[in-house]
Write a protein that binds this ligand. Structure first.
Ligand SMILES: C[S@@+](CC[C@H](N)C(=O)[O-])C[C@H]1O[C@@H](n2cnc3c(N)ncnc32)[C@H](O)[C@@H]1O
Length: 240
């Protein structure tokens, strides 16, 4: 039975990736830019925390590059952790899984500080309010060793409504082209409705790039920068 379950989980990971490729085709590029930027040797024994690991995409790419890294993979949903375990079974010895809310990350490691060389996150922080994001970044800063880096790859929103409107039109156009007639992305209308419903259900709250940088500043980070930005997505970094 275990192998059937495992197969089913891997099938779900593949389905999730297929949908992400349609909705967020820049995800591999964003993750690669974050990893390329990290100034560590590939064989260094770095300690990494992945916040909102989901199905484990970022962690997988990280462990393929930094082969001696140890990762704590945290997510609020046990189901997502199960999917991550299915994707990352070859890296079992390098990963510790934690089910928890990253807003409470200060209570997750028995109030220990300065544990990690790197904190990574992709497409997870846009569920938080600005205030929650600022407070969480502060807690992340506490968990980093001096000189450690936080890399956040996520959706953003433009502060100018006209620009945001145009970005949204381009977003829907792109999804329809990439989906090649696959439902629910077979027309602009159905795609828009699907996105609106999904974002309401998931309580999405993307912030502006300015707010993203302010959250890093509030957290106490230095060397804050935008490593990459295109339309509604960005990769930002900050150092402790
Ligand atoms: C859209 S998925 C992205 C997953 C993965 N990082 C990726 O790039 O594919 C967002 C993940 O963040 C998790 N998440 C959202 N808010 C969270 C929170 N406050 N604490 C822990 N996990 C959270 C969700 O459960 C979900 O698995």
């Amino acid at each position: 039975m275990k192998s059937i379950d495992a197969y089913d989980l891997k099938g779900r990971v593949a389905k999730y990736d297929k949908e992400m490729d349609i909705m967020h085709p820049n995800r591999p590029k964003m993750v690669n830019i974050g990893l390329e930027f990290l100034p560590f040797n590939q064989d260094q024994q770095i300690k990494v925390l992945d916040l909102g690991v989901g199905t484990g995409f970022f962690t997988q790419k990280l462990l393929q590059k930094f082969t001696n890294a140890q990762v704590v993979a945290l997510d609020g949903a046990q189901l997502m952790i199960d999917l991550a375990k299915a994707r990352l079974e070859d890296f079992e010895k390098s990963i510790k899984y934690v089910v928890g809310d990253f807003r409470d990350i200060d209570n997750t490691f028995d109030n220990k500080k300065e544990i990690f060389d790197v904190v990574i996150s992709s497409f997870a922080f846009h569920h938080l309010s600005f205030e929650e994001k600022k407070q969480t970044f502060k807690k992340v800063h506490d968990l980093l060793k001096n000189g450690g880096w936080m890399i956040n790859a996520d959706c953003i929103v433009d502060k100018n409504p006209l620009i945001e409107q145009r970005f949204q039109e381009k977003r829907v156009e792109g999804i329809v082209v990439r989906a090649k007639g696959q439902r629910p992305f077979d027309s602009s209308d159905s795609t828009r409705k699907y996105l609106d419903r999904l974002e309401a259900e998931e309580k999405d709250n993307p912030l502006t790039i300015e707010q993203e940088l302010q959250a890093f500043e509030f957290g106490g980070f230095k060397n804050i920068s935008i490593l990459w930005k295109e339309y509604r997505e960005a990769v930002c970094c900050g150092q402790k």
